[in-house]
Write a protein that binds this ligand. Structure first.
Ligand code: SF4
Length: 365
């Protein structure tokens, strides 16, 4: 039935047949007028790849500092070092927070922060060693490729040297943040003082080559055009073909409140729910043959739209996001229990599964 209906779109026909889509196919799908059909095709491919299960991790977010040498126009989180609410956690603070994470049932700590200009590489090494000494089973998913690149520049080490030292200290995997959108036309308008898209990609490829797997994100719903979304997905696909190091793509809906883009009137409202669903579906279709997991970040979408996005190609809810602060700074309520996430999935007739960071099954509900 679906095969007959998609005949009106050559790109959808190719997707259903299991062929890789080209850049031009992606552009076509970003403006394809039958959103329902787009979602149905993405859902069909999701079903073929990963079946009915929807996964999530019990994840504790730890933002070690909000001090940042950069000042991105899309960010509501950063502070300058002299502001009254600027902070940087000590290794002891962090150990206490990881103990809390463990009590909440978290299996991973997701550690990211600003580009602190005064913290040496030893700060991060001590952080990871302290966590692994007290909580050897806790998975450390830490530092985006953008933070690693900053640290390399700051400490005058190569990216490879920084990654190697941090891996030795206990770094297990890396989160996907800092990717934003790779295309320079957009990136230069939404970030200030952060690595280029190519530098992000080169850094993550080096991490993958050292055996450090990662996620990858895509920040959408601000000032981008369809070609910037497709460019981003094609570049992810190219790295993935070489390294197989990405675990999931997490499309992140831009959250407006308290950002410079909002204050300057450059973005006046957040993206529509139909656009959010289109981005989810096109992500699934463009990466169908390279990446099994397309995550739906419920913190950014809200729980109800996240449920719908799970029927537009999504198969993962990322995690419980215990203690998340970055979206909170941009006006989004966060935090959910394991049971709440499992119930969200049951409500749409799918099978909830708690996973570890590598998408191994830990528990079915
Ligand atoms: S997005 Fe990251 S790098 Fe940019 S200002 Fe915010 S904390 Fe700093």
């Amino acid at each position: 039935m679906l095969e007959k209906l998609v005949k009106e779109s050559r790109a959808l026909e190719k997707a259903i047949a299991g062929e890789d889509l080209t850049y031009d196919d992606g552009i076509e799908l970003m403006s394809y007028d039958n959103l329902y059909m787009l979602g149905a095709a993405a859902d069909l491919i999701r079903q073929k790849k990963v079946g009915q299960q929807v996964t999530f991790a019990a994840s504790y977010y730890l933002n070690y500092t909000n001090v940042c040498a950069a000042s991105c126009q899309m960010c509501a989180f950063y502070r300058k070092g002299n502001e009254s609410d600027a902070y940087a956690l000590s290794a002891k603070d962090i150990e206490g927070r990881v103990a809390m994470a463990k009590n909440l049932g978290a299996t991973e700590v997701h550690i990211v922060g600003g580009f602190h200009p005064d913290l040496p590489l030893e700060y991060y090494e001590e952080m990871f060693k302290t966590i692994k000494t007290s909580h050897p089973q806790m998975h450390i998913k830490a530092l985006t490729a953008a933070e690693i690149f900053f640290l390399a520049r700051l400490t005058k080490n190569s990216v490879k040297e920084v990654l190697t030292r941090l891996k030795t200290a206990g770094l297990d995997t890396m989160p996907g943040g800092g990717a934003e959108l790779f295309h320079p036309d957009i990136r230069n308008k939404i970030v200030r003082g952060k690595c280029s898209g190519q530098e992000w990609l080169d850094t993550i490829e080096q991490a993958h080559n050292l055996g450090i797997k990662s996620n990858v994100t895509m920040l959408f719903g601000h000032i981008e055009k369809p070609e910037h979304i497709i460019d981003h997905l094609v570049k992810i696909r190219e790295v993935q073909k070489r390294t197989k190091g990405f675990l999931t793509l997490i499309p992140l809906k831009f959250s407006l409140d308290n950002t410079e883009l909002e204050k300057k009137g450059l973005v006046t409202s957040e993206s529509s729910s139909t656009y959010d669903l289109r981005v989810t579906a096109v992500s699934r279709l463009m990466l169908a043959n390279q990446l099994d997991n397309i995550s739906v970040y419920w913190v950014a979408l809200g729980k109800k739209l996240a449920q719908v996005a799970l029927t537009y190609g999504g198969n993962d809810l990322v995690g419980t996001a215990f203690s998340e602060e970055i979206y909170r700074a941009a006006g989004k309520g966060t935090n959910s229990s394991i049971i709440e996430l499992a119930n969200m999935i049951k409500e749409i007739g799918r099978e909830p599964v708690q996973r570890d960071t590598f998408f191994n099954i830990l528990k079915k509900f």
